[in-house]
Write a protein that binds this ligand. Sequence first.
Ligand code: RB5
Length: 150
Amino acid sequence: MKVAIGCDHAGVELKEELLSLLKQMGIECEDFGTNSTQSVDYPDFGEKVSSAVSKGEVERGILICGTGIGMSIVANKFPNVRAALCNEPFSAKMSRLHNDANILVIGGRVTGKALAREITKLWLETSFEGGRHTRRIEKISQIEEKTKNL
Ligand code: RB5
């Protein structure tokens, strides 16, 4: 599995932590920055990761900003992206089982490093359950089509 990761200035420290987790897990990772605590605009980095996931260049993405809210809003604008803001493990697991989430979003100012590691590991290791949830995912894609010309 190849994962793209990105953050704004509020997520740099947590991104470093998660990069080390991904390395430990032997997961190939593309880091889209930012790489300093100098203030940047989260949509710029959210776009890079979401675009890579949307185009199928990577299987999954991880985004971090202060709350995780801005990055979630950006990511869910992209076709084929299902981004889930998860600041605790239960949501992370369910976002994979039921929603087939392909981008995990974490709030760097909300979730501590140890918990973020637990959330990310669980999210990466949980498979989509399929079944009735496949129909629901298909309906999300249909909504994407229907709202194109609004
Ligand atoms: C940056 O100050 C902050 O607004 C950003 O990291 C994020 O929380 C936005 O949703």
